[in-house]
Ligand binder design. Structure first.
Ligand code: GLN
Length: 495
């Protein structure tokens, strides 16, 4: 089944001419036509002739022996990456008709490597959320179902929920995501796929619509750990257009998978062992620890004393930066415009019409914590705590190579649950936010199902710019877990 392949297998098949990039792309487009009405994973699907022309060009490169790293591989692109000539909405009414005249660096890198874009995947509005329910283009449905209540529509996680649902259901061999506080890892865990947030600065942010600039990072969402390495290799690299982008060389990440992890030291943060954690999540974590022990790792308890402030400080810093980044949507330069008799009136009417409730909430919070009189008490204080969180990680990494934690405190919930209390929703990010605050790389690997048949993920956190060790450990977990479960809704079902 072409739609069920990993990038690695598809690349091999293309190179051996077992099938063509055109066949691969056509199979994906057919699956999208059939299942996107159910899942709403894509906001925009590219016209068939555009996709097939890109696939034909890839086939020609295979024939000429000049194929790139991602040549002919059909993937989804989160609708937060600007794509030249292709509508880019950030899932907001504000940008519903925005067609960028430029290509983001990450998508340009993927195109250079030969990737075939299928379309733009759905997300929470401006990447703010954990359930993909704040999109102005409607929520995304998870392809997974609860065993005891198959009629409930589950969330795919967020904000990269369109990407995670698409990859899990066979509507793209992989997809790009972005992660500010967990938006690659948590949806990957909810949908039973792999998600990697690289080190801050590994991928250029240029041309990716900004949420919180000191936290935003692009990364791959894939079906296996080796694919995450392969795709990151194509996405990453120095870019002079982003001053925070690193000029370190990009290693051959996919080669890190399958390397022995014998003798590596794995830290277990004691503070994360909360008594409120569901027993099945604890059991999966214990299982992960046992697998790594069997693979020859040494398990060490470590302390990250300030991470308990991670969530509260994140929800000061991220809204502060978002309030500043989103100030540009004023009806003058980008997106929609609502006319009014005065300039202030134009701003007010445009922003009231263009932004949804969650985005407005965050802009208000952010403006408040940055305002004179509150800046020192909230924003400055949060920045200081952020430094302490970063120091916790640095100290832990003097003693261990990686950390292992659950990715999320639960499996996916249903649409409608957790919705009336924003704090309950923000708690989803409890395990993912600290790595974002510290800027270190973190990977989510699917390791098993809970009692209700839903995927659970474990998170591997590594040292700055040491994605390779993270991928090696992730590969060991993947090999031990042998997670091959498919969701109820997927392209191969009934085909
Ligand atoms: N769920 C988090 C938030 O709502 C993280 C989002 C993200 O990483 N983009 O801010």
């Amino acid at each position: 089944m072409l739609t069920g392949l990993t990038l690695t297998k598809a690349r091999e098949g293309l190179a051996a001419r077992k099938f063509s990039a055109r066949e691969l792309a056509k199979a994906q487009l057919d699956a999208i036509a059939r299942l996107n009405p159910v899942l709403n994973a894509y906001i925009t699907v590219l016209p068939e002739e555009t996709v097939l022309a890109a696939a034909d060009a890839a086939d020609a490169r295979y024939a000429a022996g000049t194929a790139g790293l991602m040549d002919g591989l059909p993937i989804g692109v989160k609708d937060l990456f600007c794509t030249k000539g292709v509508r880019t909405t950030a899932a907001s009414k504000m940008l519903e008709n925005f067609v960028p005249p430029y290509e983001s660096t990450v998508t340009a890198n993927l195109l250079k490597a030969g990737a075939v874009f299928l379309g733009k995947t759905n997300l929470d509005e401006f990447a703010m959320g954990s359930a993909n329910i704040t999109s102005a283009f409607g929520p995304v449905a998870s392809p997974w179902k609860r065993k005891d209540d198959p009629s409930a529509t589950l969330v795919p996680g967020g904000s990269s929920g369109g990407s995670s649902a698409a990859v899990a259901a066979g509507l793209g061999l992989a997809a790009t995501g972005t992660d500010t506080g967990g938006s690659i890892r948590q949806p990957a865990a909810y949908c039973g796929i792999v998600g990697l947030k690289p080190t801050y600065g590994r991928c250029s942010r240029w041309g990716t619509i900004a949420f919180a600039s000191s936290l935003d990072q692009a990364g791959p969402m894939t079906r296996c750990v080796a694919d995450a390495g392969l795709m990151l290799e194509a996405m990453a690299g120095f870019d002079e257009k982003d001053s925070t982008c690193s000029n370190r060389p990009v290693p051959a990440f996919s080669k890190a998978v399958g390397k022995s992890v014998k003798g590596l030291r794995v830290g277990i943060p004691t503070e994360y062992r909360s008594p409120n954690l569901p027993a099945e999540v604890v059991a999966m974590w214990e299982q992960g620890i046992a697998w790594l022990k069997e693979a020859g790792c040494e398990i060490v308890d470590v302390s990250l004393p300030h991470t308990k402030y991670g969530l509260t400080t994140y929800y000061i810093i991220a809204p502060a930066e978002c309030s500043s980044n989103l100030a540009r949507y004023d009806g003058i330069r980008f997106g929609i415009r609502k006319d009014a008799p005065t300039l202030d009136g134009v701003y007010e009417a445009t922003r009231a019409a263009g932004f949804g409730a969650e985005v407005r909430n965050r802009i208000l919070m952010g403006t408040y914590v940055l305002s004179a009189g509150y800046y020192d008490a909230y924003y400055l204080k949060a920045q200081k705590v952020r430094t302490l969180i970063k120091r916790d990680f640095e100290q832990a990494f003097e003693n261990v190579d990686v950390l292992l934690t659950p990715t999320a405190p639960s499996a996916a919930f249903a649409q409608g649950e957790n919705m009336d209390d924003p704090v309950q929703m923000y708690l989803n990010d409890i395990f993912t936010v600290p790595a974002s605050m510290a800027g270190v790389p973190a990977l989510s690997v699917p390791v098993g199902l809970n009692g209700n048949g839903l995927p659970l993920g474990l998170q591997v956190i590594g040292k700055h710019f040491d994605e390779e060790t993270v991928l090696s450990i992730g590969g060991a977990l993947e090999a031990a877990a042998g997670f091959t479960h498919l969701p109820s809704v997927h392209a191969g079902a009934g085909a």
